[in-house]
Design a protein around this ligand. Structure first.
Ligand code: ACO
Length: 379
């Protein structure tokens, strides 16, 4: 008897696998909420430590809770010397995302997760930023800048990255960028973290799965690719560039989303940041801004009717270039800012863990007979 073919949802599109109270992505209306709080309010009013607390605890902290959470994050900033050595060794031979994955795996293997998982989550959120800053600083200057206890998380991140105290504007922009990237429901990297966690593997291994999933250009890697595409478009006829790319089956990076069929609210905020820095921006950033706004207009005419709008990755690159950050660090920074989201989902999933194991509909043959290699008629 032949099995009847089940409904197969390619890409798991529209498949629900659990209930979650962490994040609402309202794709139809272009709205986003972390534990009920609208992203625009959090980006305008909050800070990354507070948003991390919210994502790990389901509510905003009071003053003393935030202060002790900050203290715990601060205590986890230093990276083991062996990890710095590996980052240094790899910095000329590998890519920042590969180095990040290796370094986080190594921290996990040196430390091992203790019985207090809450501490491990806080440590990971803190460590990822330190590792990304170390990767950036070592690849640019060969030097590792030790964390500075007197600084807040984002200020310290920029200090470790650049080797000097950042100005107020850079800290404010980066704070908002970290908040905007901190969480996004069951996206591919978060799902990947949950799949690994569902086997009862450890938090570091789950985070490494997420990092390696984030890297792909259809997901977090799109921020770097979008910037490279904008550079490639410079001076060209953008409408023709778009037509040619789509005709060849390519994608315009920084556009389109599985859930948002309207403007990504994070892109709206990041575009606002980019526009606000124009008077002080370098020629490079002004040129990038001109290109990205032209591209946005072209794409609005050509594909917005199909629900393809700017996503979080479109304007991120020009903003990071304003902060003088190299393109290869965009996705690692995305990973550092997404750490609380990953940890929050792992924690939530473990409350009622079930091994994640979907099914495929087999279309091959059965009952073939094994033929020894010397008797096979090969093609
Ligand atoms: N450029 C051109 N066409 C696009 C784009 C794009 N950026 N995005 C979607 N489309 C088209 C597809 O070609 C397809 O057209 P068709 O129906 O004529 O074949 C249709 O829209 C649906 O695309 P799918 O890939 O099936 O939709 P899915 O939901 O799987 O795609 C994705 C989502 C992968 C993000 C897609 O929009 C894309 O490739 N975007 C470019 C990469 C990018 O910016 N990724 C970052 C997303 S945000 C994040 O992950 C942090």
């Amino acid at each position: 008897m032949t099995e009847s073919k089940p409904e197969i949802r390619s890409g798991l599109d529209g498949v629900y696998f659990m209930e979650s109270a962490i994040c609402k992505v309202d794709g139809a209306n272009g709205r986003l909420y972390y534990y009920g709080y609208p992203i625009d309010e959090l980006a305008a009013e909050s800070n990354f430590e507070e948003v991390s607390y919210l994502l790990m605890n389901g509510r905003l902290p009071n003053l003393s809770e935030l202060s002790s959470f900050r203290e715990r994050m601060r205590a986890a900033r230093a990276i083991p010397g062996e990890v710095i050595d590996v980052i240094t060794e790899l910095s000329e031979r590998s890519t920042p995302m590969h180095i990040l994955s290796t370094a986080v795996d190594m921290i996990g293997s040196l430390k091992r997760e203790g019985p207090d998982r809450k501490s491990t989550y806080i440590e990971i959120i803190s460590e990822l930023s330190s590792v990304v800053a170390a990767i950036g600083s070592i690849s640019a200057t060969g030097r590792y800048t030790r964390p500075e206890d007197s600084l807040g998380h984002i200020e310290n991140f920029l200090y470790m990255l650049k080797g000097e105290r950042p100005n107020k504007e850079s800290v404010e922009i980066m704070e908002r960028m970290f908040i905007l990237h901190a969480e996004h429901s069951s996206n591919a990297s978060t799902f990947s973290a949950i799949v690994t966690a569902s086997t009862l593997s450890d938090i570091y291994s789950s985070t490494v799965s997420a990092i390696n999933t984030l890297k792909g250009p259809l997901h977090g890697g799109a921020d770097e690719m979008a910037l490279r595409m904008l550079n490639d478009m410079r001076g060209k006829d953008i409408a023709r560039y778009v037509d040619n790319t789509i005709a060849l089956g390519g994608r315009i990076m920084g556009f389109g989303h599985r859930v948002y069929k309207s403007y990504d609210p994070r892109a709206t905020i990041i575009k606002g940041i980019l526009e606000s820095v124009q008077p002080k921006a370098s020629a490079e950033v002004r040129e990038l801004t001109k290109t990205v706004l032209s591209l946005e207009a072209v794409m609005r005419d050509k594909v917005s009717s199909k629900g393809i709008w700017p996503n979080v990755d479109l304007f991120t690159g020009p903003v990071y270039r304003y902060l003088d950050i190299l393109p290869e660090l965009f996705t690692p920074i995305f990973a550092a800012s997404r750490a609380p989201g990953w940890c929050s989902h792992i924690q939530e999933y473990w409350k009622s863990n079930k091994l994640l194991r979907p099914t495929v509909f087999y279309t091959g043959e059965v009952g073939k007979r094994y033929v020894p290699i010397e008797k096979r008629q090969g093609e």
